[in-house]
Design a binder for this molecule. Structure first.
Ligand code: CA
Length: 224
């Protein structure tokens, strides 16, 4: 069931879209202001955002710019009045992939949503998200609970390997082969040393770091 975040402050429109999309098989979470909307949109397992522009709190263009910077692969459809659209078209180029002019029919909105979801599924996943960590394989950037984290190449490769196997125990031998290219045991503690580096860098604001030691076996990334 696709997960939609709807950011719209007019209760009548929010209710109409919320009920209409639920009836068509979508899961909808609604925010009535831009701050909560941004928070919901940056949460896990969001497939698409419907965004009004005139919002209390952070306005729609600010939300759009934040989403374009922090989650560029997430499709956004802007819901806008015709006058707003003409005034703000330069802002829309900042990252919105589509827009729907109010008033709109639900069938039109649904068709646009399905088209965006199809397009985003055809893009291979280059961003891994687990346990509060977001790792972009293309740009090789990492954020932990929204805070950018700078990693060395080896640390990045190690984290990418763990995040590609969530919930699985990886032995030191498997990690050495995948990350360092060793096919024999070089009898070093390099894996443990680098896990220590990662844990220190990923310890943000007191959140638990999701890398668990599995005694006498190896390490596991918690799939929370
Ligand atoms: Ca509005």
């Amino acid at each position: 069931m696709p997960n939609i975040v709807l950011i719209e402050d007019e209760p009548g429109i929010a209710d109409f879209v919320d009920r209409g999309l639920r009836a068509r098989g979508f899961d909808v979470r609604v925010a009535f202001d831009g701050d909560l909307g941004l928070e919901l949109a940056l949460g896990e397992n969001v497939d698409l955002v419907l965004l009004d522009l005139m919002l209390p709190g952070r306005d729609g263009l600010e939300v759009l710019a934040e989403l374009a910077a922090r989650r560029p692969e997430l499709p956004v459809i802007v819901l806008t009045a015709r006058g707003e659209l003409e005034d703000r078209v330069s802002g829309l180029n900042a990252g919105a992939v589509d827009y729907v002019v109010k008033p709109f029919a639900l069938s039109e909105l649904e068709a646009r949503i399905r088209a965006q979801l199809r397009a985003s599924r055809q893009t291979p996943a280059t961003v891994l998200r687990r346990g509060g960590i977001e790792l972009d394989l293309l740009t090789r950037s990492v954020a932990c609970h929204g805070e950018p984290v700078r990693l060395t190449n080896t640390e990045f490769d190690l984290l990418a390997h763990l995040m590609s196997h969530p919930g699985q125990v990886l032995t030191r031998q498997q990690i050495l082969r995948a990350v360092w290219g060793y096919d024999h045991d070089p009898a070093t503690n390099v894996v443990d040393v680098y896990i220590g580096y990662l844990r220190r860098k990923l310890a943000v604001d007191g959140h638990p770091v999701p890398i668990r030691t599995v005694r006498s076996r190896g390490y596991r990334l918690e799939d929370a």
